[in-house]
Design a protein around this ligand. Sequence first.
Ligand SMILES: Nc1ncnc2c1ncn2[C@@H]1O[C@H](COP(=O)(O)OP(=O)(O)OP(=O)(O)O)[C@@H](O)[C@H]1O
Ligand SMILES: [Mg+2]
Length: 244
Amino acid sequence: MIRLRNLHKSYAMGASKLHVLKGIDLEVGRGELVSVMGASGSGKSTLMNILGLLDRFDEGEYRLDGEDMSELSETRAAQLRSRHIGFVFQSFHLIPFKNAVENVALPLFYQGVPRRERNRRAAEILDKVGLADRAVHLPRELSGGQQQRVAIARSLVTSPKMLLADEPTGALDSGTSYEIMKVLQRVQGDGVSVIIITHEHDIAGMTDRIIHLVDGRVDWDRSNLRREPAGHEESEVAAAAAGS
Ligand SMILES: Nc1ncnc2c1ncn2[C@@H]1O[C@H](COP(=O)(O)OP(=O)(O)OP(=O)(O)O)[C@@H](O)[C@H]1O
Ligand SMILES: [Mg+2]
């Protein structure tokens, strides 16, 4: 799905340059759930923005589904972003005067999908994130966790191949964060590659693989045995019981 080779990125800082990504090598397969950790300023969001084709890189290779991203036209980048990539951020970026189902349907509006079909698909995805009963609520009538689930539903309504989430639980308490992670695990189960930036070990612990960045480089990259964070062991037991 994603293949990076020796990827470099610098930002111009007046006359000098700030070298942020210093040779990133990374592969992420279809349907993987991966977390990216690292100190503030280590380059996590920069990497995410490049993966999401929101920003350009200077050197190295980025292949998305085999396609070379180095000499991409703005039109093709916009097309790939709207068709194949979903974004979720720490702040939910919902439109305040539109209700949940309208917010979720918005990307389909931009794709020219007819209204009935838009609303049908939006309602279906809202149901998937457990918000069928909140469809006509405005963002301000929803809790933070519910708003984030609306944002996730919106990012999924176009059936992307990859979901990029930059600190999706950064503004949420631990119980709500746990619920969001459960939703993202379900998304992964549908074959979407999910990449999450997080500072929280409990959140990273719920992914299959953790990538640690230090100063613009991959410090380590290991697979992780998914575990439920402290306080949620009961549900783990329940899940195991349900599975057996
Ligand atoms: N648009 C920009 N122009 C100039 N410098 C930038 C820009 N975006 C990021 N930087 C710098 O690049 C470095 C890496 O930033 P980045 O946002 O990728 O870090 P991060 O790992 O996401 O940090 P945090 O955990 O605080 O979100 C920082 O030193 C930052 O100041
Ligand atoms: Mg960041």
